[in-house]
Design a protein around this ligand. Structure first.
Ligand code: SF4
Length: 62
């Protein structure tokens, strides 16, 4: 069963890095924090890059 990526929006600082790395999956919502808008919309390598690049480590798999 494939993993699902999530953003902990309580921790996200809205830097936009994940959005620039994989806009097919992440976007900034109206509150200025990241959300997953399309779980299947991206490349898993790019998602992992976003996870590894997030400055507050609030993206992960579950
Ligand atoms: S990289 Fe991390 S802190 Fe920056 S917008 Fe994405 S989830 Fe938020």
């Amino acid at each position: 069963m494939p993993s699902q990526v999530y953003v902990d929006q309580q921790i996200c600082i809205g830097c936009g890095l994940c959005v620039s790395i994989e806009p097919g999956v992440f976007r900034l919502n109206g509150d200025g924090v990241s959300e997953v808008h399309d779980q299947g919309g991206g490349d898993s390598g790019k998602i992992q890059q976003a996870i590894d690049s997030c400055p507050v480590n609030c993206i992960g798999w579950r």
